[in-house]
Design a protein around this ligand. Structure first.
Ligand code: MRU
Length: 346
């Protein structure tokens, strides 16, 4: 998807692809109000930590841009209300909270009348979108050094263009290695229950021509025991002092990777780090049980069956070989040192 940016601003309208419709339909949604943005995040029409963050920033830009407020304080009140609605949309990806806080800080610091305030908010959202693309490209360059010619890389969920503004984090590394001429291939886990691997990762890799083989989540142990995987590369929703929080199933893959001596890498921009927190501080999103009891809107479990549906899990750092961010490759001790140095998150 090198030619398709996932989200953009068009004169007071935020345009993005509806990810619930992929891969069969490429439907673009146009959002004019922040409430539409908050719903799109909650319903996972947009998803993936960096994209959620930038989308939230654009949500605040919509509020400011369309505001009829004549006084600065009135506009700030509207922006603060939108910020609260966005904060309630999904709890786990820290990029959402990082983005809202960053735009609010910019808004508070902006001088002048409502017009100037609105411009500052829109500009900041645009800047964050551009920075995300740049960070992904840098992570791609750093991470590609770890991927040898001929490597088979396992990935989980979707950490590609569709999870970011463009290029991707884990898939960005894979793409960068591929663009260097390395003949690599990917094993993508389907990622129950929302099937981001089967629907989105397979779609993206097919588009750019990188060979991909799909497996069900329960095949990971078998595939690793047959030594069919050289490394695992995944994204993250939040990196805290002691762990990486990512899509449900990541922890299982990390434990299996260690058992089979397969390096396990996490690729995430600094907007995904919160080194002031530990895993105990993180709210793991619990989604509707229907996502588990149903498949493609069709009930597969008997009625009145209880189902758990945590959307993310916690992988302790001892399973992580390194974290790749826009400034380079951080070994686990280096990450721990950053934590001691009081974190990267303001
Ligand atoms: O529930 P989702 O689809 O938003 O979860 C996405 C993931 O878990 C990704 O791996 C993570 O956000 C990193 S995306 C670059």
């Amino acid at each position: 998807m090198s030619d398709l940016r996932t989200i953009w601003w068009e004169d007071g309208v935020v345009v993005t692809v509806d990810q619930t419709k992929l891969p069969h339909e490429e439907v673009f949604i146009e959002m004019k109000e922040c409430s539409e943005v908050a719903s799109a995040i909650g319903e996972m029409r947009v998803r993936g930590a960096p994209l959620i963050g930038v989308t939230a920033a654009y949500g605040l830009a919509l509020t400011a841009f369309h505001s009829k407020a004549e006084k600065r304080e009135e506009m700030m009140k509207e922006i603060n209300e939108s910020a609260e609605a966005l904060r309630r949309s999904r709890p786990t990806a820290v990029n959402l909270f990082w983005a809202v806080d960053r735009v609010l800080k910019k808004a508070r610091a902006a001088s002048g009348e409502p017009k100037a305030l609105a411009k500052a908010v829109v500009d900041e959202a645009q800047r964050m979108a551009d920075e995300d693309v740049e960070a992904n490209r840098r992570m791609g360059e750093h991470g590609a050094r770890l991927v040898k010619d001929g490597a088979v890389v396992m990935t989980h969920c979707n950490a590609g263009s569709l999870a970011t503004v463009d290029y991707g984090t884990a898939l960005g590394v894979i793409r960068a290695a591929w663009n260097q001429g390395k003949k690599i291939s990917v094993i993508a886990t389907e990622t129950r229950p929302k099937l981001q691997g089967a629907r989105l990762t397979a779609y993206e890799l097919k588009r750019v021509g990188i060979p991909v083989t799909l497996i069900t989540d329960s095949m990971v142990g078998y595939v690793m025991s047959k030594q069919l995987v050289d490394k695992v590369i995944v994204g993250a929703d939040r990196i805290v002092q002691d762990a990486v929080i990512n899509k449900i199933g990541t922890y299982t893959i990390a434990v299996l990777a260690q058992e089979h001596d397969v390096p396990f890498y996490v690729v995430a921009p600094k907007s995904t780090f919160n080194l002031k927190q530990t895993s105990k501080d993180v709210i793991i999103e619990e989604r509707s049980s229907e996502e588990v009891t149903h498949f493609n809107c069709q009930r597969i479990a008997p009625s009145e069956i209880e189902a758990l549906n945590p959307a993310f899990d916690v992988t302790p750092l001892r399973y992580v070989s390194a974290v790749i961010c826009e400034t380079g490759i951080l070994s686990t001790p280096e990450l721990e040192k950053l934590t001691v140095d009081h974190g990267m998150h303001a």
